[in-house]
Design a protein around this ligand. Structure first.
Ligand code: AMP
Ligand code: MG
Length: 411
């Protein structure tokens, strides 16, 4: 049997290096910047007022006090957005708003609260040293200076800066385009009444959501019955179909274990895909490789087991980290040590990933294992916020022991 870390390496090796694309800045949220971005302009682009008030010469109001105000004629009004270049004559004031360009000759702004707010003449009740309330050109960033580094995940503040710099497009790592394909003749879509023996398809929805959450573009393909010919035909048509957006990675679920009717295994054995047993619980049957379609297009494929908890845990353990890396995103989720609240057993020789609920009280992390180890318990999975990572050589975890937990959902 392959160890978890060996299989992680094999899966990771299937991924291609990140692809750089230039996208409209509005589509760059959550993507990773592929190149350093130098500021094309200076910010602020011109000296401007930091306050609503009056642009003056400091020396003209140096004697102003509450008791003995200085009164100046208001020679101009400068709202933000005025684009003509004004000059302040000595002994005058210009009413000016926050963000409006400073007139030449002015060296300070006296805020409106220190004046009577006049529009023809203004009485000023305090002095303001030169430089007061002026935002200098270039005080935020200078033209040519690196504004954003390659590798930065683009979130609101970074996109705000890019917008302020007038950047309409940004070079980012392209999202990996994932095709999620479910197999099983027992599966039916939501909205269809179930016949005896049928179940609603769930892995497709779950894995598609997981891939999108990881930053990928994911398309869920309607599931296929356990028929080798149809499975291959569907796979080929999705890969080779001319009007599809293209496929960088295929994730299947089901049809890889030891029984009969294992459609994925039967269809892809000898087609560049290896089917192996991995020493883990859940998720022992795994497969991966590069499948070449009828049209001659090679695509990495990861074939996850069908049991929903196995599929989800396998995605977390094998797929998510290299999928994130392939988009330049941080690969690893946070792991923290936590004290276990109850005793449970673990299969010797297999690394176990149990579902759990993490709570942190007064800085003390505690984890309650949720549900049995069996891999069909989706309801337990849905209430978990961590996976307990139990090493292969452990056969019993006692209440109070400390284990590493993989944080699926930040508290
Ligand atoms: P398999 O690996 O195909 O033998 O499937 C193992 C178990 O997972 C069976 O109980 C299947 O019904 C179930 N299963 C497989 N695929 C799905 C799916 N897409 N949605 C829900 N359950 C599934
Ligand atoms: Mg099946």
């Amino acid at each position: 049997m392959r160890s978890v870390s060996e299989h992680q390496d094999v899966v990771a090796a299937l991924f291609r290096a990140p692809r750089v694309v230039t996208v409209p800045a509005a589509s760059a949220l959550g993507r990773v910047l592929a190149e350093d971005i130098a500021a094309p302009i200076t910010l602020p682009g011109f000296d401007n007022s930091a306050m609503d008030g009056y642009a003056i010469r400091a020396e003209d109001i140096s004697a102003a006090t509450e008791e003995s105000p200085v009164t100046l004629p208001v020679a101009a009004d400068i709202p933000a957005g005025r684009t003509d270049e004004l000059t302040l004559a000595p002994g005058t004031a210009h009413r000016i708003m926050t963000g409006a360009p400073m007139p030449a000759g002015a060296d300070a702004v006296i805020q409106v609260e220190r004046t009577d707010g006049g529009t023809d003449n203004v009485a000023i009740f305090a002095a303001a040293p030169a430089g007061t309330a002026i935002r200098r050109a270039g005080s935020d960033i200078g033209a040519g200076v690196r504004a954003l580094p390659a590798g930065r995940v683009l979130r609101a503040p970074q996109l705000g800066l890019a917008a302020a710099l007038g950047l309409a497009e940004l070079p980012v790592y392209a999202p990996v385009r994932v095709l999620v394909l479910s197999t099983g003749s027992e599966l039916v879509p939501a909205g269809t009444p179930l016949e005896f023996g049928q179940i609603y398809e769930s892995n497709g929805a779950m894995l598609t959501a997981a891939a999108i959450e990881a930053g990928a573009h994911a398309t869920q393909v309607h599931f296929v019955p356990d028929d080798v010919v149809e499975f291959r035909a569907r796979l080929d048509s999705y890969i080779d179909g001319g009007d599809e957006p293209g496929v960088d990675l295929i994730i299947t679920s089901g049809g890889v274990s030891a029984g009969a009717y294992e459609v994925v295994k039967d269809a892809l054995t000898g087609e560049g895909v290896d089917f192996v047993k991995v020493a883990m619980q859940p998720g022992m049957p795994q497969g991966c490789g590069t499948y070449t379609s009828a049209g001659g297009n090679p695509v990495p494929i990861i074939t996850l087991p069908g049991n929903p908890v196995s599929a989800q845990v396998s995605f977390e353990v094998f797929v998510r980290p290299p999928l994130r890396s392939a988009m330049g995103l941080p690969a690893q989720r946070r792991t923290i040590p936590a004290s276990v609240t109850e005793t449970f057993s673990s299969p010797k020789g297999k690394r176990q990933f149990r579902r759990g609920e993490l709570t942190v009280t007064d800085g003390r992390a505690q984890v309650q294992p949720i549900g049995p180890p069996a891999s069909h318990h989706l309801a337990y999975m849905a209430s978990a916020n961590v996976l307990l990572d139990i090493s292969a050589d452990t056969d019993k975890v006692e209440a109070g022991n400390t284990v590493e937990v993989l944080v699926l959902e930040e508290l």
